[in-house]
Design a protein around this ligand. Structure first.
Ligand SMILES: [Zn+2]
Length: 113
């Protein structure tokens, strides 16, 4: 249920942004979420809609872009994966470094004044 906390944080940020610009409504919020966060986009949208009920962000569309894990492989270079990996998804080499995939970032918030 960690999506509930995240939905609440996103709502707080969107509402303070709306207030700062004296906006009447928040129409869309775009997010980039790393796949390692294991967030179910539909679940997050549902919870957000529930929390936003009766606020200026009521009915706002949550647009969620999933960001893959970045794998740096000593043998074949760089590739991407959909989850945490212990070997290179391309050449199966074990000399790899896994980075990214755990970000949670609000890209933009669309408001209507
Ligand atoms: Zn490789």
């Amino acid at each position: 249920m960690h999506e509930l906390g995240i939905a609440g944080e996103i709502l707080d940020i969107a509402l303070s942004e709306a207030e700062r610009h004296r906006a009447k409504t928040v129409s869309e919020i775009r997010l980039r979420v790393g796949v390692l966060r294991a967030i179910e986009p539909e679940h997050l949208s549902f919870l957000f809609g529930h929390l936003a009920h009766g606020t200026p962000a009521d009915g706002a569309n949550l647009s969620i872009e999933e960001v893959p894990v970045h794998v740096d492989c000593a043998a074949c270079g760089a590739s991407e994966a959909r989850s945490f990996v212990w070997e290179c998804p391309r050449c199966k080499g074990s000399s790899i470094e896994v980075t990214g995939g755990d970000s949670l970032e609000i890209v933009s918030i669309d408001i209507q004044v």
